[in-house]
Design a protein around this ligand. Structure first.
Ligand SMILES: *[C@@H]1O[C@H](CO)[C@@H](O)[C@H](O)[C@H]1NC(C)=O
Ligand SMILES: *[C@@H]1O[C@H](CO)[C@@H](O)[C@H](O)[C@H]1NC(C)=O
Ligand SMILES: *[C@@H]1O[C@H](CO)[C@@H](O)[C@H](O)[C@H]1NC(C)=O
Ligand SMILES: *[C@@H]1O[C@H](CO)[C@@H](O)[C@H](O)[C@H]1NC(C)=O
Ligand SMILES: *[C@@H]1O[C@H](CO)[C@@H](O)[C@H](O)[C@H]1NC(C)=O
Length: 440
């Protein structure tokens, strides 16, 4: 009897969670206010993917450059997101800004802090999805005075009469210049949050096209999540579940406690590693990689943060498409995958990728899966869809969606798809959880 009871209870719990979680309605299971935003479905095609590969490389280079140029302090560094055409390898979310509320479509970016959008009057603006935000028409818009903390948190500021000015430079030479200001932000259908700091960009130069701007979810004080938690609106927690690139469904994004409290059972948590040199990024301790069930061998320390320079380590980033591995680890993974491939290899240079093969007329594919092991026995199992992408329909040719990097590593968004990823950034927990799940 007492053996049976827990079994039954477990069954009931599972049923409740499944009903909540496997249906499209999952995020709505929790009706609290701020918690639910949507990430728009990614748009995918071979051409779009190849563009995304180029941007992914540019972003990796830009993050590297931001690290090289960064002062060794706690200030927020301009990191680097080439913003381009909507939804090609990036996940977009909508927030309301101003009074009356105007809807903006922004890139979700855990690899930067600033929230910014283009603003009228434009000195130079690119074409974007929604009408450009007009601060003059918002009754709650306020420029930030230079002495205020939010302004001092900016990396580069100038202070003309109009108030705090920002300049954010991206790795490919693109930049946004504008006024740092506050306005009311509305998330989902929720209650509005007054006085959120954001960059109102009047002069965008370079290769921006597409999204209205970026919503930074990094650890720094200017990110959306930090500002909301510093105001006491929510706790410093969020989760997302990125749908497969080929899906037309939205990806759920939960803010605040529900990210943790309404997560299904079985989320496995690994600690976030502090890197005082680059406080924006979320670093995880990658302790091993298995290919087709066998651990890959690479030198100790390949994925470790160097405590004197802050170099190395692995960042989890929603804004980078591919996964980049430090050279020694990457070479070992490539060799292991190759050893399991039965298809002829072809050059990937025209696709910007290294390991590509021609599947010819094969009707079912046999490809090795890869597991990333993190501290705390957290095994993130990458399925075929997380690893191999079609780059050419003639052939057809398929490539491994990873690349090498000199130094640090990035766990990119293709590899995050179809995993619930919970960021529990409250100082007492400071961990990130993973659970394999079909996101939408
Ligand atoms: C916009 O910013 C660029 C530098 O990024 C500058 O060269 C240019 O003069 C600015 N344009 C205007 C109209 O202020
Ligand atoms: C917001 O409200 C509209 C209309 O009431 C509804 O259709 C939509 O599903 C709601 N969105 C969310 C994210 O709750
Ligand atoms: C909804 O979230 C609150 C915390 O914000 C939590 O206490 C409650 O259990 C959640 N409800 C469900 C059904 O997950
Ligand atoms: C990271 O993992 C290695 C094992 O690969 C372990 O020795 C080290 O203590 C871990 N570091 C932290 C900060 O958890
Ligand atoms: C697949 O293509 C090869 C030549 O590329 C051919 O020899 C083989 O018969 C084809 N198989 C099928 C099932 O069509």
């Amino acid at each position: 009897m007492y053996l049976l009871m827990p079994m039954m209870m477990r069954l009931i719990l599972i049923v409740i969670f499944l009903a909540c979680f496997t249906s499209r309605n999952w995020p709505k299971c929790n009706h609290s206010i701020y918690d639910y935003m949507r990430l728009l479905p990614p748009k995918s095609s071979v051409e779009r993917f190849l563009e995304a590969v180029k941007r992914s490389h540019a972003r990796r280079d830009a993050i590297a450059r931001s690290m090289q140029s960064a002062p060794k302090s706690n200030s927020v560094k301009p990191s680097s997101i080439p913003v381009t055409t909507e939804g090609e390898g990036e996940y977009l979310t909508q927030i309301g800004l101003g009074t009356p509320k105007k809807t903006l479509t922004l890139i979700l970016d855990t690899g930067s802090d600033l929230v910014w959008t283009q603003c009228l009057a434009c000195q130079a603006c690119y074409q974007q999805i929604d009408p450009i935000f007009n601060p003059a028409k918002s009754s709650t818009y306020k420029p930030v005075r230079c002495g205020l903390n939010l302004c001092q948190d900016l990396y580069i500021t100038a202070c003309p009469a109009a108030g705090c000015q920002y300049l954010y430079e991206y790795g490919d030479g693109s930049s946004t210049i504008g006024n740092f200001a506050t306005d009311t932000v509305t998330l989902g259908n929720a209650t509005s949050i007054p006085s959120l700091g954001f960059g109102c960009g009047h002069n965008q130069t370079g290769s921006f096209t597409g999204a209205d701007g970026i919503v930074g979810f990094g650890q720094g004080p200017l990110s959306l999540i930090s500002q909301l938690s510093n105001k006491g609106v929510i706790s410093k927690r969020f989760s997302y579940c990125l749908v497969n690139m080929n899906s037309q469904n939205a990806s759920p994004l939960l803010l605040g406690d529900p990210a943790v409290t309404s997560a299904p059972p079985g989320v496995a948590y690994t600690p976030i590693q502090a890197n005082p040199f680059y406080p924006t990024y979320y670093y995880l301790n990658l302790t091993g990689i298995s290919v087709a069930g066998t651990p890959v061998k690479y030198p100790d320390g390949t994925f470790t943060i160097d405590s004197t320079s802050g170099n190395g380590g692995l960042i989890i980033d929603s804004g980078t498409t591919l996964t980049y591995l430090a050279t020694d680890g990457y070479n070992a993974v490539i060799a292991a995958v190759k050893a399991h491939l039965t298809y002829p290899l072809v050059s990937g240079s025209e696709y910007g990728l290294d390991l590509c093969f021609d599947i010819g007329n094969a009707t079912s594919l046999i490809l090795p899966t890869i597991v990333f092991h993190f501290t705390g026995k957290v095994d993130v199992v990458l399925q075929i869809e997380n690893l191999y992408v079609l780059v050419d329909t003639t052939g057809p040719i398929i490539c491994l969606a990873m690349a090498g990097n000199d130094g640090f590593s990035i766990f990119g968004n293709i590899q995050q798809q179809d995993h619930l990823i919970v960021y529990d950034v409250n100082p007492t927990n400071f961990q990130i959880g993973f659970k394999s799940i079909t996101c939408g």
